[in-house]
Write a protein that binds this ligand. Structure first.
Ligand SMILES: Nc1ncnc2c1ncn2[C@@H]1O[C@H](COP(=O)(O)OP(=O)(O)OP(=O)(O)O)[C@@H](O)[C@H]1O
Ligand SMILES: [Mg+2]
Length: 194
């Protein structure tokens, strides 16, 4: 599904350095993979490149054997908005939108047709936060907010979920719950239940 070849990202800070240095990686359908490395080792940079937030300095990324840089802008946007569900390192939500509207947001950024509200409500239920539908982000706990970003990542029926330290700011109990949820999502995506 996803193949990365010789991926590099060079940043300049006083002098040039490679935050991502010749990374090769292959991820097949249904796999559940953790990328481990100390702080500053380039994990977020790698995920940001795969999700299209950053562009690589060199190297190639293939989705289903199609190299992304050779695709048209429309096809690239489709990959970003519809094939990949991204859960960022910090919980980025829009504070002026309620939980349901935050979850539906990726739908409105895609060219998808359908019923975003129905889908949003379904995902709220799946993640066990249906009671928070009309709440605002400031009223939520860290674990609840994390579930909102997971639901939002699932909105457009992604084929792959990228999560950047999805449990880093959670207590032990919430960490277990969120990991369990991500594993369930992983299984359901293969069965096309999401
Ligand atoms: N836009 C940038 N400009 C310059 N340097 C950057 C930029 N973004 C990241 N870096 C540097 O690249 C290196 C890798 O950063 P990155 O955020 O990918 O690390 P990380 O493995 O995700 O760390 P953490 O575990 O703390 O989240 C760090 O040294 C960081 O300071
Ligand atoms: Mg990081």
């Amino acid at each position: 599904m996803l193949r990365i070849e010789q991926l590099c990202k060079t940043f300049v800070r006083a002098k040039e350095f490679n935050a991502v240095d010749e990374v090769n990686l292959e991820i097949n359908d249904g796999e559940f993979i953790a990328i481990i490395g100390k702080s500053g080792s380039g994990k977020s940079t790698l995920l940001n490149i795969i999700s299209g937030i950053l562009s690589p300095t060199s190297g190639k990324i293939f989705f289903d054997n199609k190299e992304i840089s050779s695709l048209s802008d429309d096809e690239k946007s489709f990959i970003r908005n519809d094939l990949i569900g991204f859960i960022p390192q910090s919980t980025v939500v829009l504070s002026t939108l309620n939980v349901l509207d935050n979850i539906c947001l990726p739908f409105f950024l895609s060219k998808r047709e359908g019923d975003p509200v129905g889908r949003g409500k379904y995902l709220l239920k799946e993640l066990g936060i249906e009671n928070l539908e009309t709440s605002y982000p400031r009223e939520l706990s860290g674990g609840e907010l994390r579930r909102v970003t997971i639901a939002r990542a699932l909105m457009n029926y992604p084929k792959i979920i990228l999560a950047d330290e999805p449990t880093s700011d959670l207590d032990v109990e919430n960490t277990k719950e969120v990991l369990k949820t991500l594993k369930e999502i992983n299984k359901k995506i293969i069965q096309q239940l999401y």
